[in-house]
Design a protein around this ligand. Structure first.
Ligand code: HEM
Length: 406
């Protein structure tokens, strides 16, 4: 690792092998000042949990409070687009601090509560069965476009309460929204196109649900607007958050988990021998071993001395889930993929007040996919042992994953 620049978060090493790259930082400098991107990089499990739980010291209002230019740089003519993105994102629940965060989260929390979400399991299991009925006879698939991408969109469309025939359009929008936190300099263009189109698409549904509420997510936000807790802009951008937050993340859980099983045939055989008994711990291990979200951010709200390092108000911070989930101080044999691992205190859904609102839903989707695959697909053979990842600092996203089972 000596020749690798540990400050280049978009290098081939950081994107291809975040475990080696950030693992090296975790061992040598766990609270690291990254001079290239001008931010702190935090990699130890205990430090991340402590930091995220001290939300009064580390603000989530990153987009609103960070006036520095985006990193990596964007095309110079895209400054206006960037301002649109800033305005859009700064109203989302994930970007709020208390007390606004508590109010907003209070409105949507009952919808995402574990018991409420369990009721969606049959719908998800049916959606998985439909997809696999079509795919299985082919003897192979590219996991990304064939399975991992369609399922979350299908589920989110249903949750949002939009008609099934709009799924394809939502998927197009989701593809544009995926440019969030990617490295390409032109990323603002597809991103703003996706955001504007999303606002346009959702507005009539909000109008309708204000008059005739139903049991869907848009109705929940519309009722928040009626109660004066959300304004219209907040309703629209938080509906879009569902697509942002629930699409690429779940897609990565499905694809990265399938890759882990393909590379560990013994673990696949074990799951196949007892899918119902093992699918829960197996899904947790997929979440830990190759986390869908590699890292996320905060901005310091106070001066903090952290293990002798001086973090100053306004400093940018990236906390690296991929490093925390492989921290030997938190996990025995952290680089082993072990589907029976218990306890499994991974931080793939974050921690503290911003703990992932969609965690139960994501778990349901993961469990139903891996259960169905284990029942139907005897072996998972990678068509190409080399895989490539999108140049994202936040998401661990495969570009494609062709596999076969014949
Ligand atoms: C495997 C899939 C998923 C992963 C790994 C994941 C990961 C995360 C993480 C790490 C956070 C914390 C962000 C922070 O503290 O800065 C978060 C928050 C959030 N997630 Fe997820 N997520 C997943 C699926 C979903 C789904 C399916 C939805 C909704 C449909 C969703 C909605 C949200 C929302 C709304 C927040 C913000 C919560 C808040 O700020 O209070 N996520 N997620």
């Amino acid at each position: 690792m000596t020749s690798i620049d540990l400050d280049d978060l978009f290098s081939a090493e950081a994107i291809g092998d975040p475990y080696g790259f950030f693992g090296a930082l975790r061992e040598s400098d766990p609270i690291h000042w990254n001079a290239r991107h001008q931010l702190w990089v935090i990699t130890r499990h205990a430090d991340i949990v402590w930091m995220v739980r001290h939300h009064e010291l580390f603000s989530s209002a990153v987009i609103r409070n960070d006036q520095r230019p985006p990193y990596p740089p964007i095309d110079p003519e895209d400054k206006e687009r960037f301002e649109y993105v800033r305005e859009f994102r700064s109203e989302q629940v994930v970007e709020q601090d208390r007390p606004v965060h508590a109010t907003m989260r209070g409105v949507v929390h009952p919808f995402f509560a574990p018991t409420a979400m369990e009721a969606w399991r049959p719908f998800i299991a049916n959606a998985v069965a439909d997809l696999l009925d079509e795919i299985e006879p082919r003897g192979g698939m590219d996991v990304l476009p064939d399975l991992a991408a369609p399922l979350p969109v299908r589920v989110i469309a249903q949750l949002m309460g939009v008609p099934p025939e709009d799924r394809e359009y939502l998927r197009e929008l989701a593809d544009k929204l995926l440019y969030i936190n990617r490295g390409e300099s032109y990323r603002m263009k597809p991103l703003t196109e996706g955001m504007r189109a999303m606002v346009e698409y959702v507005t009539p549904f909000v109008e309708k649900r204000l008059q005739e509420p139903s049991n869907d997510f848009i109705s929940v936000l519309a009722q928040g607007e009626k109660a004066g807790l959300f304004d219209r802009h907040q309703v629209l951008v938080n509906t879009a958050l569902l697509l942002f937050a629930g699409h690429e993340t779940t897609m990565n859980l499905i694809a990265n988990g399938t890759l882990a099983f393909a590379r560990h045939p013994g673990q696949w055989a074990q799951l196949r021998a007892d899918p119902d008994g093992l699918v829960r711990t197996a899904t947790e291990e997929c979440l830990r071993y190759d986390a869908p979200v590699k890292s996320t951010q905060r901005i310091a709200a106070s001066d903090v001395d952290f293990h002798g390092r001086s973090i100053r108000t306004g400093d940018r911070i990236r906390w690296i889930i991929a490093a925390a989930n492989r921290d030997p101080l938190a996990f025995a044999d952290p680089d082993a993929f072990d589907i029976t691992r218990q306890p499994n205190p991974h931080v793939s859904f974050g921690a503290g007040i911003h703990y992932c609102l969609g965690s139960t839903l994501a778990r349901l989707e993961g469990q139903e996919i891996f259960r169905a695959l284990a029942r139907r697909v005897p072996k998972l053979v990678l068509d190409d042992p080399e895989v490539e990842y999108q140049p994202s600092i936040q998401f661990r996203s495969l570009k494609s994953l062709p596999i076969s089972w014949r």
